[in-house]
Design a protein around this ligand. Sequence first.
Ligand code: MN
Length: 762
Amino acid sequence: MPTYKAISPNELLEIKEAYTELFDKVSPKFKGDDEENINEAFELALEAHGEQRRKSGEPYIMHPIEVARICFEEIGLGPTAVIGAILHDVVEDTQISQSDILDKFGPKVSKIVDGLTKIDGLYNNESSPQAANLKKVLSTLVEDVRVILIKLADRLHNMRTIDSMPRHKQIGIAAETSYIYVPLAHRLGLYNIKKEIEDIILKIKEPEDYNYIISKIKETEGDRKNYIQDFFKPLSAKLDKLKEDTNGRYKYMASENGDEALTFDYRILGRTKAVSSIYNKLKTKKVPFEKIYDLFAIRIIADVPIEEEKQICWQIYSIVTDVYKPIPERLKDWITSPKGNGYESLHTTVIGPEGRYVEVQVRTERMDEIAEKGFAAHWKYKGVNTSNNVYDRWLNNIREILDTQHSDAIEFLNDFKTNLFSEEVYVFTPNGDMRVLPKGATALDFAFDIHSDLGYKTTAIKVNNKIVPMGYKLQNGDQLEIITSKNQKPSESWLKMVVTGKARSKIRASMKEDRRAKGILGKEALERKLRNMKVGFDENVDLIVKHFGYQSRPDLYFDISNDDFKMAELKVFTVENQRLVPPAKEPPKGSPAPTDEQTKTSPKSAKTKISTNILVNDEPIDQYKYDFARCCKPVQGDPIFAYLTSENSLKIHRLNCTNAENLLMKYGYRVLKAEWTRLGNSEFIAELMIKGVDSGVGVIQTLTNVISNDLQLNMRSFSIKGKEGYFEGLISVLVKNKDQLKLAMDAIEKLDGIYEISRVEK
Ligand code: MN
């Protein structure tokens, strides 16, 4: 236990202030024992956390208070969740037990706190403690959604204060957060939180790019404001008129209950997109900041009663499109059919002043609250809209996945990711019943979704009356018909044709059964054979298993019945007294191998010896066997981490490698901090993708010239392919560091005919 500095009287004052502020905010919502309970929760947490401090030095208790505030203000949860949030770290980090909480606060709060308490990762054999913990959180989630919302608030506050963590921890936390919490926030419609978290992750992973985008957004703020004003000038008269037209009607309603807010009003927002989404645009579209025109969206929010929502939104749409030409294919009507996470809004893109494309979002205050706060706001309005069961369906899916058998926690995690975070696809049965499956699901998934017995017997599938392969990816609106046969049964290859957890586990179960049945046949065949050889079965079967390198008896039986093991092979044995005697042992295969091994590894280790310019956990990397990951090819200066492979060597990856998040999340314990030192003059291979137009003067020659003569870089390989003047080239060059690489890329980009250059990441 670390020892902490005692809490000073000044700090205690600050703590009490923060708590009182929270209390005052929540108090209008108190019911029953809430007031008593919240005070008691605070006293208990204050006492229990005692002198504990956060990495920042702040008294620990400030964290649960802040998490509770986020739950109330930013997510819109009520007093019970606030109490749960105040207590969320108490059982995990202090002497207080789960039964203490149950005694003091009753089953509801106790359940929430239990869901938020981590499983002790030290004493279980899980391959991934993170995954095991997530599974626990999700099991509680299906009973009480507040658990996951508090968990998100907890994560949000930890991300907001992540600066005080050491950098390698930041990286691990960022990976876990982006793997799980970002998609969860998205799925629960917590748009603001998702946006903020994604921006913090970007700041950790790509600090330079992050700062660049922030400064650019600031720089261009004035222009944007002017543009939005210009955009609205021709609209405002009509919008004001709509406001007046509708006023008369609503005044009548207003006089009925005296609520002025019922008069139709509108707000206009011109909001810039999240830094991270701008970053993605810069990366995928490969255009400079100045050329991103959809940096912001214009939002018109009407405050109207529910019955008028749809009509008013379309009236506003019509006002906007009377003035500006809309792009028809960009019209999205999420008012008539809301998104899977409950999002409602009308989106369109119009050609605004100066010919720029402008996204316009039209919605009501209610829709806006749901769009920003998500789940909790949705619940508040439950009953208002008939399509309110979007979350119910999602929760049902979670229940189903939790009920599915998984071989380990990682498999569970994968299932969870593909099935719950993806968008959905809507298809129909021959009777016109709608089924909802995760996007990417196949025709065979559909069969298993209807019923597993139907899945097992599927021989062909018709989509819109045409036969399709069973692995056909479903499209919205498809109508499916399953053709079955009594004699059909699933095979190994079916596993590749499904994505849903349900279909996969059913296919596996059936194959297991098949294997068992085949095993019986194989065993019988072996018994017959041994009888013929006049030897006993029980005495010899394990000898055969071992001699032919099988893991177990069933494996051998299975191969026999599939004819993958030929009984004739048993003739290597001689027979003595009902016992098989194996042939004399061959000389151990391993003996010449070591020299082989050595010649193989020595050039590698010689190569790694040169570059002593990486520190792993603050020590020189020389003591490890290591190499650079082929997927992302780091060069000196790139943010990196080291990954301990199962062969106990290190692989150095770039932090923004597409594999990184996966590795960091699932095998966080195998990740070591790695940093470049300024020493060392090794060279690194960087792979560049160059796109351009060949003007006919030999672009290859120009490129080669610039790279080897002007830039003085060694080229390792160069391949180019083109069609009708357009070409794509792949060049490997040796560079000393990231700066040199950047200089080279800038120089190449400036050449005539080159319009895009990027580092290859795969
Ligand atoms: Mn916490």
